[in-house]
Design a protein around this ligand. Structure first.
Ligand SMILES: Nc1ncnc2c1ncn2[C@@H]1O[C@H](COP(=O)(O)OP(=O)(O)O)[C@@H](O)[C@H]1O
Ligand SMILES: [Mg+2]
Length: 370
């Protein structure tokens, strides 16, 4: 038996700000999370992810802005009345209570008793595939099992919103990967809205409908994994999500970038703002969008190219990674499918061209080149 599907709530944050003394740790953060959506907050340590969750849960008071769940302002709603489930990395189970008693705890608080409580606890345990483990004490469970119990405890009362703060952070890689899939599946089944926090980009890419990239208390960009990967809005996002080659220079009109390698064509559409001639900018080129050829080979018309020396060739199973030292001393990484044969039999030390179609790159604003 599974708990009846709880429809997720709609969460809105409008210009939420939090300060500690002079330090602004959240700077006008706004979010609109759809019912049933799985949104991940991804960013480096100290960027404000946990603070955001604590404000939503009601464990912290903000210094500005508004938080709404299903249109209801939460500012005067105490944490225990917010109808929000919470799973934290360090959210320890009560060690002297059995798994079933731990899972039943939120129901005790809500005065759910007797047969109904028993049924809902069992359903929650079944959902995390620990239906036969109800009598165990936390000390008799593995780390992964304990975290599944914490999960069952968070949704046993059918919250409209589930907050998870690095819930898999303490587990080893293999178990983490299994639980990533399980958690995503369970949350989709329940239809609950989820705000999930991690600093692990792969975890974010695997689990999320959308990802909000945090940087120093602000959201840099929010979008699907594909949006962030294919159309990063800033160098920070390009760097944080996936591997990228960054070629810095200054804009030359709307179509080109002047850089040490010469003049490179920008992707169609050009920079976000038209008034930016001479402004510092950078081309972001994903390694799998770059191509490599022997320097003697003629290249197609209209492509960007830079010359250098193949310094390293690494086989990665499905792909091959070429590291090229350009004639200007920078490094470019080219990743190609091993099924796609090199046109040339390239070896380290060979003079090469790295080339790409302008539409396969992205242009972002950049700090001035030194
Ligand atoms: N109680 C506190 N007092 C002062 N500063 C705090 C407090 N809690 C968090 N901070 C600061 O707020 C910033 C954001 O922290 P946090 O939200 O925990 O980041 P994250 O979860 O992204 O790692 C950090 O610079 C942290 O040092
Ligand atoms: Mg944190």
């Amino acid at each position: 038996m599974t708990p009846e599907a709880s429809n997720g709530g709609r969460l809105r944050l409008d210009s939420v700000t939090k300060r500690y003394g002079d330090q602004v740790v959240l700077d006008q953060v706004s979010l609109d999370v759809k019912p049933g959506e799985f949104l991940t907050l991804l960013g480096p340590s100290g960027s404000g992810k946990t603070t955001t969750l604590n404000l939503i849960a009601g464990f912290l008071q903000g210094d500005g802005g508004r938080i709404e769940l299903d249109g209801r302002d939460l500012s005067n709603v105490p944490a225990h009345s917010r109808d929000i489930g919470v799973v934290f990395q360090q959210y320890a189970l009560f060690p002297h209570l059995t798994a079933a008693q731990n899972v039943g705890f939120p129901l005790d608080v809500r005065k759910v008793k007797g047969e109904e409580k028993k049924t809902r606890v069992q359903a929650a345990l079944d959902l995390v595939r620990l239906g036969d483990y109800g009598d165990r004490l936390p000390g008799q469970l593995s780390g992964g099992q304990q975290q599944r119990i914490a999960l069952a405890r968070a949704f046993v009362f059918q919250p409209r919103l589930l907050l998870m703060d690095e819930p898999l952070g303490a587990l080893d890689k293999k178990l983490r990967e299994v639980l990533q899939i399980e958690i995503t599946k369970i949350c989709r089944e329940l239809g609950v809205t989820v705000i999930y926090v991690t600093h692990d980009q792969e975890e974010a890419l695997v689990m999320s409908d959308r990802i909000a990239i945090y940087n120093s208390g602000r959201i840099e960009q929010i979008g699907s994994a594909e949006d962030l990967y294919e159309r990063p809005a800033s160098l920070f996002v390009a760097d944080f999500v996936g591997e990228s080659n960054v070629i810095a220079g200054t804009l030359d009109g709307r179509d080109a970038l002047k850089c040490p390698a010469g003049t490179l064509w920008l992707p169609p559409g050009g920079p976000a703002r038209a008034d930016q001639s001479d402004a510092p900018a950078a081309i972001v080129l994903r390694p799998e969008r770059a191509r490599i050829a022997h320097a003697s080979r003629p290249l197609p018309d209209g492509v960007n190219a830079t010359t250098g020396t193949l310094s390293e060739l690494v086989y990665l199973g499905l792909a091959r990674k070429c590291i090229v030292t350009t004639d200007h001393g920078t490094e470019l990484v080219v990743r190609s499918d091993v099924k796609e044969q090199f046109e040339d039999d390239l070896r380290p030390g060979d003079p090469v061209s790295v080339w790409w179609h302008p539409h396969d790159s992205v242009v972002v604003p950049a700090p001035a080149v030194g």
